[in-house]
Design a protein around this ligand. Structure first.
Ligand code: ADP
Ligand code: MG
Length: 512
C-alpha cells in the first residue's frame, strides 16, 4: 500500500533587498513617499533587469521545449517520473462522426456547472439537436458536503431532463441516458468511467471527498433523485476539447486550454507508454499532460518567487514523486503561473509596485491599489496593450481610473513595456510547450514531415481575447519548429466544444 503524504513545497526564500528607506504619509488612495534613497534606482533599470530575467531567446526556448519533452517521456515511463503527470485518460477512441443517439454532458470545473443534451445523427446529420443550461453553484455548496453538492447537481439534472422535448430528443428503447462528465479538478483516473479526487482547487473544499470516486458520488446522488442515468466517460476539459474538435476535424491531435489555468492533452501511441504495461498496446490513447506542473529551467524572477510564496495555495498543481516506498505529493506549478491568465496581471502588479517603491514611476506616489494582490487583471493588460494612440490615451485613463494617478507619457510607456514583457514570456513559453507535444507526436508518426496537416485545438479566453499573447505564442512555434514543419500545423480556436466532446465520449464509450 502506498502512503500518500503532502509535503510542503520547497521554497527558496530570497530576501528582497530594497535600496530605499522611506517614511510615508498615507493619503486616501496612495502613499506619498518622502524617500531617502540610499541608492536611487531608475524605473528604467528595474525594467531592464526584469526584461533580462524574462528573456526567452530561441536557444533558451529550445532548451525549454526539450526539457518538457524529456519530462513527458519520463512521465510516460513511470508514474511520477517527471514534472508532467502524463495521466492516462482511458480515452482510446476519439469521435469519428458516426455516433448516433441521445447523450448528455455534465461540466463541473468552476463556480458554474453546465448540463447539455445532444442528439447525434451520424456522419451526415451530425448534431441534430442540442440544448444546454448553466447553473451557478452557491458558495456554501462549494465548501459543504459531497451529498449537498452532488444532490444539488442531480436535482438540476433531473429538472433539465424533465423539460426535454420528446420530438427533438429520442432515447432508444432499453437504454439509460448516458453522461460524459467533465470534471476539471485533479483526478486519478482509474478507468474511463471512474476516478478519485486528488485535491479540490479553485475555491472548492467539499469535505471528505479527497481519495473518493467522483463518479460514485454522482451516481449515489442520481439514485437518490430517482434519476436513471449513468456516467459512461469521466474526462477533463482538455480531453473534452480534443474530442469535440476531432468530431469536426480528423486532423486534431492536441487539445490546449489557455484560460484562467492551463492544460494540454494529445493523442499518443500506446506502444510509446511504458507505464501502460499492457500486452494489448497497439493503437492510440489520449494523455492528459497536466503540463502546468512543469517547473524546470523556467525564467523565474524575484516577482514570480514572491507571488508563489505568498499565494494561498503555494504550488497548487499536484506533482507525484515516487520516493523510496512512499508516494509524496508536492504542489508546484511554475509553468502554469507563467503562462496562464490567472497570474499575468498579478506579476505585472508586483513589478509596477516595485517600480513605485524603489524609483519614481508615478512621481512620489505609490497607489494603494497596487498593494492589493490580484487587483490588476490580465484583461487590464490586454486593454492597455491594445492602445494604439501616440499619447497612450487609454493607458493614461486606465491608470487614472484604476490607480488614481496622472501618469506622464514616459510612465505610460514603462507600464506597457512591463505588460509586454510578461505577456511575451507567457506566450513564448506556451508556444514552447506546444512544440514539445508536436515534436513528440512527430517522432512517433512523421506526420508533419510527410505533409499531413496537424491541428492543435485551442480553448480559453486568454488565447481568444489577447492578440499579443497569441502572436507571441505563434511566433515562438514557427521559430522553434521551422517554416517547413510549422506550415503543416494549424492552431484552431475551438470555443466551448468540450461539452460536445464529453457527450461524444459518452457515445464512443457507451455500454450499449
Ligand atoms: P476558465 O479557464 O476559467 O474556463 P476562460 O477560458 O473564460 O475561463 O478564461 C478566463 C481567463 O482568460 C481570465 O482569468 C483572464 O485571465 C483571461 N481573459 C479573459 N478575458 C480576457 C481579455 N479580454 N483579455 C485578456 N485575457 C482575458
Ligand atoms: Mg474553461
Amino acid at each position: 500500500m502506498s502512503l500518500i503524504m503532502f509535503a510542503s513545497p520547497v521554497v527558496v526564500i530570497t530576501p528582497t533587498v530594497r535600496s530605499l528607506t522611506f517614511s510615508s504619509s498615507r493619503r486616501s488612495n496612495y502613499t506619498v513617499m518622502s524617500a531617502v534613497r540610499s541608492e536611487p534606482t531608475s524605473t528604467c533599470s528595474v525594467l531592464t533587469k526584469f526584461q533580462k530575467d524574462c528573456a526567452t531567446p530561441i536557444p533558451f526556448l529550445r532548451n525549454v521545449a526539450d526539457a518538457i519533452s524529456d519530462d513527458m517521456r519520463a512521465g510516460l515511463a513511470v508514474e511520477g517520473g517527471g514534472d508532467l503527470d502524463m495521466i492516462l485518460t482511458f480515452v482510446d477512441a476519439l469521435p469519428s462522426g458516426n455516433e448516433e443517439g441521445l447523450f448528455y454532458a455534465l461540466d463541473l470545473g468552476g463556480t458554474n456547472f453546465r448540463v447539455r443534451s445532444v442528439q447525434l445523427g451520424g456522419k451526415e446529420e451530425r448534431v441534430v439537436a442540442n440544448e444546454s443550461e448553466q447553473f451557478s453553484i452557491p458558495h456554501e455548496l462549494m465548501v459543504g458536503t459531497s451529498e449537498e453538492l452532488f444532490g444539488f447537481i442531480a436535482s438540476k439534472l433531473a429538472d433539465f431532463v424533465a423539460k426535454e422535448k420528446p420530438g427533438r430528443f429520442r432515447l432508444e428503447q432499453g437504454r439509460k441516458r448516458e453522461i460524459g462528465f467533465t470534471f476539471s479538478f485533479p483526478v486519478k483516473q482509474t478507468s474511463i468511467d471512474s476516478g478519485t479526487l486528488i485535491k479540490w482547487t479553485k475555491g472548492f473544499n467539499v469535505s471528505g471527498m479527497e481519495g473518493k470516486n467522483v463518479v460514485a458520488c454522482l451516481n449515489k446522488a442520481m439514485e437518490a433523485h430517482r434519476l436513471d442515468m449513468r456516467v459512461s466517460a469521466l474526462v477533463n476539459d482538455g480531453v473534452g476539447t480534443l474530442a469535440g474538435a476531432r468530431y469536426w476535424d480528423e486532423d486534431v491531435m492536441v487539445g490546449v486550454i489557455l484560460g484562467t489555468g492551463t492544460n494540454a492533452c494529445y493523442v499518443e501511441q500506446k506502444n510509446a507508454i511504458p507505464k501502460l504495461q499492457s500486452k494489448f498496446s497497439s493503437g492510440t490513447t489520449i494523455i492528459n499532460t497536466e503540463w502546468g506542473g512543469f517547473s524546470k529551467i523556467l525564467p523565474r524572477t524575484i516577482f514570480d518567487q514572491e507571488m508563489d510564496e505568498e499565494s494561498l495555495n503555494p504550488g497548487e498543481h499536484c506533482h507525484q514523486f515516487l520516493y523510496c516506498f512512499f508516494t509524496v505529493w508536492v504542489w508546484i506549478k511554475l509553468y502554469e503561473k507563467m503562462i496562464s491568465g490567472m497570474y499575468l496581471g498579478e506579476i505585472v502588479r508586483r513589478v509596477l509596485l516595485q517600480m513605485c517603491e524603489t524609483s519614481d514611476l508615478f512621481g512620489q506616489f505609490v497607489p494603494v491599489k497596487l498593494s492589493t494582490p490580484f487587483a490588476l487583471r490580465t484583461e487590464d493588460l490586454c486593454k492597455m496593450q491594445e492602445d494604439n494612440t501616440d499619447d497612450l490615451v487609454t493607458v493614461g485613463s486606465f491608470l487614472h481610473n484604476f490607480l488614481e494617478v496622472e501618469a506622464n507619457l514616459k510612465a505610460r510607456r514603462r507600464v506597457v513595456e512591463v505588460c509586454d514583457t510578461v505577456v511575451q514570456r507567457g506566450g513564448r513559453l506556451a508556444g514552447a510547450g506546444i512544440v514539445a507535444i508536436l515534436e513528440k507526436i512527430e517522432k512517433d508518426t512523421d506526420r508533419m514531415a510527410s505533409g499531413q496537416r496537424t491541428v492543435v485545438a485551442m480553448d480559453g479566453a486568454l488565447y481568444e481575447k489577447y492578440p499579443q499573447y497569441r502572436r507571441y505564442m505563434q511566433d515562438a512555434l514557427v521559430e522553434l519548429l521551422g517554416h517547413h514543419l510549422s506550415s503543416h500545423v494549424a492552431i484552431k480556436h475551438t470555443k466551448d466544444v468540450s461539452g460536445l466532446g464529453a457527450a461524444l465520449l459518452a457515445a464512443t464509450n457507451s455500454i450499449y
